[in-house]
Design a protein around this ligand. Structure first.
Ligand code: SAM
Length: 214
């Protein structure tokens, strides 16, 4: 993704503490109690980008709490605009690196992890950076509950195949695998910004769900 320098982004994020949670480690183990103030399940999207998916899901599913996680301020600031526009209480944003998930969420605190169009890191020597690499699955497993699942979409066939192998090697149960999501019977798909771009160019979208068996 091409990043534009937005020196004003930090201040804008700080001005919306109701949506962008500034000190997320302080809520570890207490996200439902302190932040959402309800007992609804929490779903996170790692690498949320400009936020169309996470805000769209929050609008469509008011009884689920959503957290969008994005490492770049210049990108998450656009997700903030969408969350403000959506005007729903069940979407929060975190400007953090996914590598820090264990400092932010307690064991079993979440129900689901969404990964949408994650950076493919095509070089083998960068495989550990892929968000479906084993070390990330270990983290997702730790912070999700007994229903814990990863829902994954990508345009990248190599990343998809790598991820299916990684889920399988981690003994996850694979469900609803689609090699062409937009020609499948899957209902209720909320498109991400990347998904809109790639599918409008005629590219197929791969999708699967993987459940932890603990
Ligand atoms: N999910 C969005 C979509 O489908 O339109 C954005 C996809 S974009 C290719 C991947 C996003 O993940 C980028 O915005 C990037 O900054 C973010 N990202 C990559 N690695 C991350 C990490 N370790 N922690 C948080 N965000 C990350």
């Amino acid at each position: 993704m091409r990043l534009r320098n937005k020196p004003w982004a930090a201040e804008k994020l700080a001005n919306h503490p109701d949506i962008v949670i500034a000190n997320p480690t302080a809520s570890k183990g207490k996200w439902k109690e302190l932040i959402f103030k309800n007992e609804n399940p929490i779903h996170i999207e790692v690498g949320t980008g400009k936020g169309q998916f996470v805000t769209g899901m929050a609008k469509a599913n008011p009884t689920v709490n959503y957290i969008g996680i994005e490492v770049y301020k210049s990108v998450i600031v656009t997700a903030l605009d969408k969350a403000i526009l959506a005007d729903v209480p069940n979407v929060k944003l975190l400007n953090v690196d996914a590598a820090d998930l264990l400092t932010i969420f307690a064991p079993n605190e979440l129900e689901r992890v969404y990964l949408n169009f994650s950076d493919p890191w095509p070089k083998q020597r960068h495989a550990k950076r892929r968000l479906t690499y084993r070390s990330f699955l270990e983290m997702y497993n730790e912070i999700t509950d007994e229903k814990g699942e990863v829902h994954f979409k990508t345009d990248n066939q190599h990343l998809f195949e790598f991820s299916l192998e990684s889920f399988s090697a981690y003994n996850m149960l694979l469900k609803n695998i689609s090699l062409d999501l937009h020609k499948s019977t899957f209902e209720g798909n909320i498109m991400t910004e990347y998904e809109e771009k790639f599918s409008s160019q005629g590219m197929r979208i791969y999708r699967c769900e993987a459940a932890f068996r603990n």
